[in-house]
Design a protein around this ligand. Structure first.
Ligand SMILES: Cc1ncc(COP(=O)(O)O)c(C=O)c1O
Length: 493
């Protein structure tokens, strides 16, 4: 017989289609036919766009029931190999899989999007030594036994419904506990409905970029500044413009605002990361006012402000004036522990109205037991107790670190920061290259970060070390700094 479709002469295609099926085979006839057609499509024997024979005709040719052909066709249609329309069944246009030989030849790394190739990871990211590493809280002081009780209780008391997707914005109990906590400790003005629980500050930063920017928009960042924020902005294909700080924090003036208006400004006003500068109230008010005038959003990353050691406590920018154009980002990575991956974003009410539909589709909620345990930890007063203990410990450690630097560091240096947080920045003369010192320190299990690695456009004074004291035992600080000071001298020699 001849098919009325695209094949009119006897051809390889026809041979392929008409070859009898094996009735003795363990696979059913419909399965064999499905496999044959699928293979033919993948290998290009059945060309994209060509029509398959009608089910009645093919059934006759193969001496099988029409049902056998129909089921095989339906299977192919459901998997997208074949398209069905009123006239019959057509082979879909598929990308043919690359041949194995060709794959083996191509050992080049796969290309990622250009915007991601702009993100550079620091070598220290992958090593596990934590002595002097900035940003790590004291892991051995975390009250694990209390936390375990909170988790047990959360699992015991939660209903089976808690095993389903959570509220995309987070567990109501935790959102309420966060809203009350940041109001009390940071002067943040918000309703629980404005709080979105995130997977650490990093997810909050990524969300800000996704919600507020289009590729190519301009963002201002502090320079030197937090690498995670820049990674989030690169991933959003933003044009990142570095801005300098002085002793009053981020310094932008009328000339900056006259150039391309930023869509976003990222800042760590209460404890600049990594220099430790604190933005003055005058600067905060000016920034809010200018941002409002230009339709710019400010991301306030308040990552470690719970640990204030000296100076006047300054509340968050978010609560400084009513309806500030500020998205407030917080994290439990410093106050609890980083692997908990809990942070939060406080949205301005008018932004929440426009963004909530998109957010509800983009987020999935989850980690409900951890979120409920965290809410219990805050509400029971355990969180405040832990913070109080840690504040005393970090004050003591910072004091020990300063003492050790004074005793051992024999090159001119300036210690910066220290009003709060878990790290100090030590600026060094540029003939003592910071990257070389940090590299040498890794051989001794220390992980200070080179100050220059935080800068997009490093200035001469951006040579130095960022030293974390959060997770380094007080009694180790002196011998470690002694060793580090020797490495500084060697690097300069
Ligand atoms: C400036 C800054 N923001 C945020 C974070 C915390 O990020 P996450 O909550 O994603 O762990 C850090 C941690 O190092 C940080 O240094």
């Amino acid at each position: 017989m001849s098919f009325t479709q695209s094949v009119s002469t006897h051809s390889a295609r026809q041979d392929f289609l008409e070859a009898p099926l094996d009735r003795a085979h363990a696979e059913s006839l419909q399965r064999q036919l499905y496999q044959r057609l699928k293979e033919g499509i993948l290998k290009g024997q059945l060309a994209a766009g060509s029509r398959l024979p009608g089910s009645r005709a093919l059934a006759e040719t193969l001496s099988v029931s029409r049902n056998t052909v129909t089921i095989a066709y339906e299977h192919l249609i459901s998997e997208g190999y074949v398209r069905a329309d009123r006239k019959g069944s057509t082979v879909a246009a598929l990308m043919r899989p690359v041949q194995r030989e060709a794959q083996a030849e191509n050992n080049a790394p796969s290309r990622v999007a250009l915007r991601l190739s702009r993100i550079r990871s620091s070598p220290a990211r992958s090593d596990t030594s934590t002595a002097l590493r900035p940003g790590v809280p004291s892991l051995s002081h975390f009250p694990l036994a209390v936390w375990r009780r909170m988790l047990d209780r959360a699992v015991r008391e939660a209903s089976p419904a808690e095993l389903n997707y959570g509220d995309p914005f987070g567990q109501a109990e935790l959102r309420a506990a966060i809203a009350a906590h940041v109001a009390r400790t940071r002067g943040v003005h918000c309703e629980p409905s404005q709080v979105i629980v995130t997977e650490g500050a990093q997810e909050a930063l990524m969300l800000c970029v996704r919600l507020l920017t289009n590729p190519g928009d301009t963002a201002w960042v502090e320079d030197p500044g937090y690498r995670g924020a820049k990674a989030a902005m690169h991933a959003g294909d933003l044009r990142i413009v570095p801005k300098r700080m002085d002793e009053e924090g981020l310094h932008v003036g009328a000339a900056d605002w006259r150039s391309r208006t930023p869509r976003l400004i990222y800042t760590t006003p209460s404890h600049q990361y990594p220099t430790g500068a604190v933005m003055s109230v005058a600067r905060r008010l000016a920034l809010i006012s200018d941002a409002r005038k230009h339709g710019t959003w400010i991301i306030e990353d308040d990552y470690d402000s719970e640990f204030r050691h000296s100076g006047e406590p300054i509340g968050a920018m978010q609560g400084l004036v009513a309806d500030a154009p500020v998205l407030y980002v917080g994290t439990f990575s410093k106050t609890m522990f980083a692997s908990l991956r809990l942070g939060f974003l406080v949205m301005p009410p008018r932004l929440l109205v426009s963004a909530q539909d998109a957010l509800r589709e983009m987020l999935r909620g989850g980690h409900s037991h951890e979120q409920l345990a965290m809410a219990g930890f805050i509400e029971s007063g355990q969180f405040a107790r832990h913070l109080g203990r840690m504040r005393r410990l970090y004050r003591e450690r910072q004091h020990a670190l300063r003492g050790a630097l004074t005793r051992h560091l024999r090159v001119p240096h300036i210690i910066e920061g220290g009003q709060g947080g878990l790290h100090l920045a030590v600026r060094l003369p540029r003939d003592f290259p910071d990257a070389r010192i940090a590299e040498a320190a890794r051989q001794y299990g220390m992980a200070p970060m080179p100050l220059s690695s935080f800068a997009m456009a490093p200035a001469l004074e951006d040579n130095g070390l960022v030293l974390g004291y959060g997770n380094t035992a007080t009694e180790l600080l002196d011998p470690l700094v002694k060793r580090l000071s020797q490495l500084v001298l060697t690097a300069g020699g």
